[in-house]
Design a protein around this ligand. Structure first.
Ligand code: SAH
Length: 225
């Protein structure tokens, strides 16, 4: 590598430097994320590897970014918020994620729970996510190309389910695949702004908590090649 290339690469790394990441963590804390564990995991997860190189310099802004196929990488605050909600009931063994996308939320989950099962309808997005997690040596994730409305019945029940796309209403299959005491975090609504819901499987039925107003891309129907 020439001295110039070397310098360009060094500066490139500078944009995603520890200081930039540190500023993001401070901001997330100010915005209300409170779990030191979740903040630490966001600090050490290299978000710039989950977006196109052209957008890498914006990877540590607290904003959603395009990842192609009309999809986005979620805002770090929302990734942290949903992770905190899922973990608030205690440690989780099996977690189902609907909407792998670029795999960033998957990577965060993989560091705070035992096992992650992640379903995505766009195969190429999932293939790339799979490669990234392999590079990061995260081995406790299993991927499935399929329709999130159906969950992943063969491996149910799950202690936690996280949906990272907005559903018109709560998919029945996901309620059925929740273990007793299990927690489902899901944006619900048909408009541009949706309600973030936390649904807990209680001894008799489900409790339902409406939390924040959020903006997610829609949970669509069926897998796509
Ligand atoms: N979790 C991602 C964000 C995902 S964006 C992150 O960490 O940034 C939402 C994702 O849900 C998209 O990749 C979209 O293709 C996927 N999706 C939409 N409808 C789906 C469905 N029915 N089943 C599975 N995945 C779906």
């Amino acid at each position: 590598m020439s001295a110039l290339e070397d310098e360009i690469q060094r500066r490139g790394i500078g944009m995603t430097s520890q200081r930039t990441r540190e500023r993001l963590i401070e901001r997330l804390y100010e915005e209300g994320l409170s779990s030191p564990r979740v903040l630490e995991v966001i600090r050490r997860t290299p978000r710039h590897l989950f977006v196109d190189e052209a957008l890498a310099h914006r990877a540590y802004e607290d904003t959603a970014l395009p990842i192609g196929h009309n999809q986005t990488i979620s805002q770090p605050y929302m990734v942290g918020r949903m992770t905190e909600l899922l973990l608030a009931g205690g440690p989780l063994d099996k977690v189902l994620e609907i909407g792998t996308g670029c795999g960033y939320q998957t990577a965060v989950l993989a560091q705070v729970v035992e096992r992650v099962f992640s379903v995505e309808r766009i195969q190429v997005l999932q293939d790339r996510a799979k490669e990234r997690l392999a590079e990061l040596k995260m081995r406790n994730v299993v991927f499935r190309w399929g329709d999130g409305w159906e969950g992943w019945a063969a491996l149910a029940p799950y202690n936690g389910i996280m949906v990272t796309a907005a559903a018109r209403d709560v998919p029945q299959a996901l309620l059925e695949q929740l273990a007793p005491g299990g927690r489902l975090v899901i944006p619900v609504g048909a408009g541009e702004v949706q309600d973030l819901l936390l649904i807990i499987r209680e001894e008799n039925g489900f409790s339902r908590h409406v939390l924040d107003s959020v903006r997610f891309v829609p949970l669509l129907n069926g897998p796509l090649a």
